[in-house]
Design a binder for this molecule. Structure first.
Ligand code: NBP
Length: 495
């Protein structure tokens, strides 16, 4: 252990990628910090980095007891270990040395109900608890993440000065705010990740259409994404996508992106988002499509076999049919608009899921604030989030982003291009499930009358589920089959 007489302002346990970088960030902002990790080598690594990165005020500890006792009271301990059982084990190890009034802050991607359970478990001993979403990966943790703390408000007040300095800074403040009670911080982080899935899927579809139908090279794609990053699509994900297309393959010809196996990994937050959307009866088709696409991408061998079977059955690659007639410049502009409009629908779904949960749990989430703290530090950070913030500030009860007057205008302006891109992709056999899901979501939501009347009639026919009428109040049941099959000349007969 490094000798230190003064007590630290805060502690952090769990020194893998996120914990190590967040600890260094906290120390760099001038808050003396104690660190601890189950395996001691990571403590040593962190101490070396703290020294190299400017003799930062960070002390390492090798036992839970020394670690906890090295903190100023009331103690605040951030935990950044793998979500699930490791968090329970870490809490058990550390909390035995903590006292009433101390706080535990779990910064992992934890299932919100686990946070709510732990909150109650430690409350018996007067320990306060926060579940704090941390976004921005390694770079964000080191230089300024977006932080989503939810749970005990007094615990938040104990660390408010620290998190406000450590978070990413944008023109309207630090990218952190108290989210709400219970597991709201984890839930908001989970939906953030679901939206991130949607964004990444939509970008990959834009890339697919431009590459396959438009015939664009990686260097052209790099330039287009860089140009998009100077306009309404300006965001971290668009920026890094431009960079990705520029990286050469050090093991062979061409660019690295073309050598990457087309199988997407995942850790579960996208799946939770879709499960929650279903639980709450909130439509989230773009996010669901992005999750389905990850599942299908995982079936690489099966997809290769399917391609062969269908080719043998006469399936042809129809891209050449559309390529001939393509105006490249117009296609690029259309894809930009389709991406933007699809993205608005995806964010509308995420925000509506948050609203439904907020109502169910009484969290009183502030959507304008959520959009604001996502403007910097996190993976979905984007200029467009400022517009979302303003939309919710104009109307905190906004039913959907697509009916905010400004976004509505943009959707209408972009829909022609959007339909052209989706139509072209369908014709060429290029799957664009995210863009299609967004467009279908938009068209379903904006249509005052849907064919749901027929579904209701079917339900009433086979299950006597009853239906309502558009022209008079009440609930009705009809003997559909009897009426439909009455002999010629009878009431309701048609044959
Ligand atoms: P990991 O999720 O890879 O977890 C590794 C850490 O967990 C190590 O410190 C490890 O200790 C510790 N740990 C494990 Br595994 N089992 C333990 C146990 N039973 N008791 C105590 N410690 C245990 O780390 P990470 O990638 O830094 O992520 C931390 C959290 O932040 C996760 O919830 C993650 O989902 C979330 N997150 C990650 C990112 C990212 O970009 N990586 C972004 C945002 C959020 P050891 O060294 O002794 O094995």
């Amino acid at each position: 252990m490094e000798a230190s007489t003064a007590l630290s302002r805060i502690g952090l346990a769990g020194l893998a990628v996120m914990g190590q970088n967040l600890a260094l960030n906290i120390a760099e902002k001038g808050f003396p910090i104690s660190v601890y990790n189950r395996s001691t080598s990571k403590v040593d690594e962190t101490l070396v980095r703290a020294k190299e990165e400017g003799n930062l005020p960070l002390t390492g500890h090798y036992s839970p007891r020394d670690f906890v006792l090295s903190l100023q009271r009331p103690r605040s301990v951030i935990i950044l270990v793998k979500a699930g059982a490791p968090v329970d084990q870490t809490i058990a190890n550390l909390s035995q040395f903590m006292e009433s009034g101390d706080s535990i802050i779990d910064g992992g991607n934890e299932w919100y109900e686990n946070t709510e359970r732990r909150m109650l478990e430690v409350a018996d001993r007067g320990i306060l608890y926060l579940g704090m979403g941390v976004s921005g990966g390694e770079e964000g943790a080191r230089n300024g993440p977006s932080l989503m703390p939810g749970g005990s408000y007094p615990a938040y007040l104990n660390i408010k000065d620290i998190v406000e300095k450590v978070a990413a800074q944008v023109e309207d403040g630090p990218c952190v705010t108290y989210i709400g009670e219970g597991g709201s911080g984890n839930f908001v982080k989970m939906v953030h990740n679901g939206i991130e899935y949607g964004d990444m899927q939509l970008i990959s579809e834009a890339y697919d259409v431009l590459k396959v139908a438009g015939g664009l090279s990686n260097s052209e794609l790099a330039n287009i994404f860089a140009e998009w990053n100077r306009g309404e699509l300006e965001s971290f994900l668009i920026e890094i996508t431009a960079d990705i297309f520029r990286v050469k393959d050090e093991h062979g010809e061409g660019e690295l992106v073309d050598k990457i196996l087309d199988k997407t990994g995942m850790k579960g937050t996208g799946k939770w988002t879709v499960q929650q959307a279903a639980e709450l009866s909130v439509a989230a088709p773009t996010i669901a499509a992005s999750l389905d696409c990850r599942y299908l991408s995982g079936l690489k061998e099966e997809r290769e076999a399917a391609a062969k079977v269908l080719e043998d059955a006469g399936m042809t690659d129809d891209v050449w049919k559309v390529r001939g007639g393509i105006d490249k410049k117009r296609l690029i502009d259309d894809v930009r608009q389709a991406l933007y409009a699809s993205k608005i629908c995806s964010y509308a779904q995420g925000m509506n899921l948050l609203r439904a949960k907020s109502i169910e749990k009484g969290w009183n989430l502030n959507f304008g604030e959520l959009a604001r703290i996502w403007k910097g530090g996190c993976i979905i950070r984007a200029v467009f989030l400022d517009r979302i913030k303003k939309a919710y500030r104009r109307n905190p009860e906004l039913a959907s982003l697509v009916v905010d007057p400004e976004f509505a205008k943009e959707m209408v302006q972009r829909q022609e291009a959007w339909r052209r891109v989706v139509g072209l992709a369908i014709q060429a056999g290029i799957s664009t499930p995210g863009m299609c899901a967004s467009l279908a979501y938009f068209d379903t939501y904006r249509r005052a009358r849907l064919p749901a009347n027929l579904v209701q009639a079917q339900r009433d026919l086979f299950g006597a589920h009853t239906y309502e009428r558009i022209d008079r109040p009440g609930s009705y049941h009809t003997e559909w089959t009897k009426l439909a099959r009455q002999k010629k000349g009878g009431i309701g007969a048609f044959n």
